[in-house]
Structures are given as structure tokens and as C-alpha cells.
Design a protein around this ligand. Structure first.
Ligand SMILES: Nc1ncnc2c1ncn2[C@@H]1O[C@H](COP(=O)(O)OP(=O)(O)OP(=O)(O)O)[C@@H](O)[C@H]1O
Ligand SMILES: [Mg+2]
Length: 263
């Protein structure tokens, strides 16, 4: 089915957190895949469904090793683990050195975008000119760039949006969304980023506001207490996930290219 590619242009705005969160809220069967060449975090943060530390053996590196001759969907099932809360994940590499030798990014994108009955939410980490995981973007049904409100990071975002949009084929390509991580009351900052994007004339389909919420984010650091569903983070994520899931549901809906803000 579809592949939702999640990435940042600068800083650490919360891509891994948002990737886990979006996959967990996804309305169809989904897996979260860590394809950040700088190294995965999920196995370091999240316990398994049984409360024990995750085993990094199944993860991405071993999937690629097992699929040296050909990558096929069953390998994904064999290298998937369940984390606490029930989310299915493929954990990333533990060191950047492992990523350097991977060399399989494009076929991995094709694999994760064609899983029978399952969508994948793929954490690409920070993307830039020539980062190897860019090859996965070619298989994306939709692309999300995550940004915080630090002004210099927003400048980097605009430059990266233009490059990613060109790589996706502009208006005709996969839809490009921006997720701004900002405190719930700072919707004005999100609107300003939206305006900057409109002025740069990049074909971005929507700019969303994801709550900066330490309580909700702590759940994705493995500090599982209380009900995450009631946190500002999860409540702000649900409409974003619904919009993205609609755009990755096989046949794309006709695109209204006007930039909208959801908050
Ligand atoms: N929406 C949020 N609200 C509050 N804190 C957040 C949010 N998202 C992430 N964080 C916190 O920010 C830190 C970095 O988050 P995360 O690892 O998701 O970012 P990243 O962009 O994937 O970073 P990296 O560049 O290391 O891959 C973590 O401590 C996380 O708990
Ligand atoms: Mg990350």
C-alpha cells in the first residue's frame, strides 16, 4: 500500500516521535520504519510489547542482509517487532557506519511502498543534498517535512522544500506536507511559517500544527504512564493523520493546491 515519508531539514524537531505517533494513529494497518542513516532511536527508547528491551536483531540492517539477492514482503514481516502499545516497527541501524554500507535505499523504498495490506510510515531523519535516504522519496505516496519554529530552521526548510518538491515532480508529484511542532497556543507562529511557504511558491499541500507537548512526547521516550490519547500531542496529531491517510490511500484525491493550515 502507501509510503508516508517523514523527514526534517535541520535540527531535531521531532521526526522520530511524529513517525511513531502517526503510525500508531494510522487508520489502516501500518508499520513504522526507521530509515535514518544517522542511527535509529526506537530500540533505545521503547520497550517491546512484553515490557522487555527490544531486540535490535530483527531490524533494518538484517532485513537488508537477508534480502541481499531480492527484497520481498515476507522479509518485512520477519524483521518487524511490536513495541509497547502495539505499534509494529522495523528498528533502524545502530551506527552511521552501518548505514554507509547499506546501498539499498531505492529498493527499500519500493518494498515498503508495496506491502500487501499495510502502509508504512518511514522516518528518514534529516535530509539534505545527497543524503542517501533521499532515494526512498521516489516511492513516497506523500512526504512530510517536520520543522520547529526556530527561524533559521524555517529558512532551511524553505530551501529543502523547493529541492524535495522538484525531486517529487512538482505539482504532479506526491503531495508535500509540512508539520510545524509548536506549543498549542502558538498557532500564530504556524501561520507565519505558512505565509513564508506561500511566498516561496513551493507546492506544499498543507501546513499542520503538531503540539509541542512534553507530556505526550514522553510516551515516545518509553515513559509510559497514563493515557496518551488525552495528551495535547495526540489530540493535535489525529486530524493530521486523517488528512495524510486520505492522501496515501492508493488513488490520490484531486489536489487542491491552495495551502491550508490545520491546527
Ligand atoms: N511534539 C513534541 N513535543 C515535545 N517534545 C518533543 C516533541 N517531539 C519530540 N520531542 C522531544 O524532542 C526530542 C527529539 O525528538 P525526536 O527524536 O523525535 O526528534 P528527531 O527530529 O527525530 O531527532 P534526530 O535528529 O535526533 O533524529 C526528544 O526528547 C523528544 O521527546
Ligand atoms: Mg530521529
Amino acid at each position: 500500500m502507501g509510503l508516508l515519508a517523514m523527514a526534517s531539514a535541520k535540527g531535531s524537531p521531532g521526526v522520530t516521535t511524529a513517525s511513531m505517533l502517526f503510525a500508531a494513529l494510522w487508520p489502516r494497518p501500518s508499520i513504522m520504519v526507521e530509515c535514518d542513516p544517522s542511527g535509529g532511536d526506537v530500540a533505545l527508547r521503547m520497550p517491546g510489547a512484553d515490557g522487555e528491551p527490544l531486540d535490535t536483531n530483527p531490524g533494518l540492517l538484517n532485513l537488508v542482509a537477508a534480502g541481499r539477492r531480492s527484497l520481498y514482503a515476507d522479509l518485512v514481516r520477519q524483521h518487524t517487532e511490536q513495541i509497547i502499545g502495539g505499534l509494529e516497527v522495523i528498528t533502524g541501524m545502530t551506527t552511521p557506519e552501518q548505514a554507509a554500507g547499506l546501498g539499498q535505499w531505492e529498493p527499500l523504498g519500493a518494498l515498503f511502498s508495496e506491502l500487501p495490506g499495510t502502509d508504512s510510515v518511514v522516518d528518514l531523519g534529516r535530509i539534505g543534498a545527497g543524503t542517501p535516504q533521499n532515494a526512498i522519496l521516489a516511492s513516497a505516496s506523500a512526504v512530510v517535512l517536520v520543522v520547529d519554529t526556530v527561524p533559521s530552521n524555517v529558512v532551511h526548510l524553505r530551501e529543502r522544500l523547493r529541492k524535495v518538491s522538484d525531486g517529487l515532480g512538482g505539482e504532479a508529484g506526491a503531495p508535500l506536507h509540512v508539520v510545524v511542532v509548536a506549543p498549542p497556543k502558538r498557532s500564530r507562529a504556524v501561520a507565519e511559517i505558512r505565509d513564508a511557504i506561500v511566498q516561496s511558491q513551493t507546492p506544499v499541500e498543507a501546513v499542520h500544527h503538531l503540539a509541542h507537548d512534553t507530556t505526550g512526547a514522553a510516551f515516545f521516550l518509553g515513559q509510559v504512564t497514563g493515557s496518551p490519547a488525552r495528551t495535547a500531542l495526540v489530540r493535535s496529531a489525529q486530524p493530521i493523520v486523517d488528512a495524510l491517510a486520505a492522501r496515501t490511500a492508493g488513488a490520490f484525491l484531486p489536489a487542491d493546491r491552495a495551502v491550508e493550515v490545520t491546527s
